[in-house]
Design a protein around this ligand. Sequence first.
Ligand SMILES: [Zn+2]
Length: 266
Amino acid sequence: MDKTMNVVDLLLKLLSCKSLTPDDAGSLNLIETYLDEYEALYVNKEGVKNLFLSKKFGEGEHLCFAGHVDVVPAGDKWDTNPFVPVIKEGNIYGRGTQDMKAGVAAFVQTCKDATTFKGRLSILLTSDEEGEAKYGTIVMLEHLKKEGLLPDYAIVAEPTCEAVFGDAIKIGRRGSINGYLSIEGKQGHAAYPEKAINPLHQIAPILANIAGIHLDNGDDDFAPSQMVLTDIRGGMQVTNVTPSDLKLMFNVRNSTKTTQKEISLI
Ligand SMILES: [Zn+2]
């Protein structure tokens, strides 16, 4: 690997990897090669590649940088190829620049440049974060626990800035709860609503009680857990037939004040 490579070069190379979740598309090997002074450990499961790089500088605590190299699909509204990064007016454009290859490049470079540290520095990378996220960080942490290598602290370089770089640091991480609701009704003609069971009419009064409601008040570190409706559909896109069924999806990014167990009881 080119020894003169800097953090921007590294980021551009990472952005050139078409790492659609859960395919790392070579990005983990790229990082492993770049950090050749770090011991590499791969834990792969169900086609997902996870990489742990670590270096012991001395006795002391273990600080881990954690992140993912996978990205969500690019969509079709790009002016340029989303996997051929471009630098324009001081900004870098490419799929995954913000979430989170820039963060990954930054902490990889930090680890490469580190000459002293009181303890162990490590990097935990997965290519299974944007999708199901079943075989990524969870699998690696289970393995590290068995090896006695669990970090004492972790920094996750996910984008959190509100307006300018570094203006927000989150302590901890919210959960993510997905919900699916379906209502079965009975299709009918709009002219004879009394003969149908219209799921749209059934859900209408309930919507006001669930859309955007706060499940808790949050705390100093987290905003309240909010019920966010993400999709609602039913019907045949016509005005004269009432739908036979309705499907609704929601998501809650929950603070530590609301657990998955609690929400399933609501
Ligand atoms: Zn992310």
